[in-house]
Design a binder for this molecule. Structure first.
Ligand code: HEC
Length: 139
């Protein structure tokens, strides 16, 4: 009797796990993932080469900035936190009518704990991947 009950418990646990499996997503913070996301979400405005001349860049209130010179404009230091906060929408841009969408409302993947100056902060994995891709294309 007990055995049978255990069996059932295991079966239903397996069914429950199976139902959850499609939801579970492994965090992927690779440059390759960031590149794929960039071409899906950003290239239309910032351009395939990220210099700002995407097909949708014409007629925006402010032109999409060149994303390959972020380090150069920051005394050679890649501004990772700034990049992530702009994409997330947390860092509201100087233009109130900013054409730059807030991606923080979208599903940006499972969060990853990132250590920064002794603080551990959960950051969505797609944000980290996008920032890693942009870092890889700095001139
Ligand atoms: C609808 C067009 C559009 C899309 C799509 C878009 N951006 Fe932007 N982005 C802009 C514009 C316009 C600005 C500059 C104006 C502003 O500050 O809001 C900007 C600013 C930025 C900045 C700040 C750069 C600086 O030097 O201040 C970063 C970083 C950035 N975008 C990254 C991204 C990333 C990464 C994506 C994709 C996840 C993306 N953008 C998608 C239009 C867009």
């Amino acid at each position: 009797m007990t055995l049978q009950f255990n069996h059932l418990a295991i079966l239903s646990a397996a069914a429950w796990l199976g139902a959850c499996a499609p939801e579970a997503r492994e965090p992927d913070i690779s440059v390759e993932r960031g590149e794929r996301l960039y071409f899906q979400k950003c290239a239309v405005c910032h351009g395939n080469d990220a210099t700002g001349a995407g097909v949708a860049s014409i007629g925006l209130g402010a032109p999409p900035p060149d994303l390959t010179t972020l380090s150069a404009q920051n005394r050679g230091v890649y501004p990772r936190t700034f990049v992530m906060s702009v994409v997330d929408g947390f860092n509201r841009r100087t233009h109130p009518e900013s054409a730059m969408p807030e991606f923080g409302n979208e599903d940006l993947g499972p969060a990853v704990q990132v250590e920064d100056g002794g603080l551990s902060t959960p950051i969505p994995s797609d944000l980290i991947a996008l920032a890693a891709y942009l870092e890889s294309i700095q001139r």
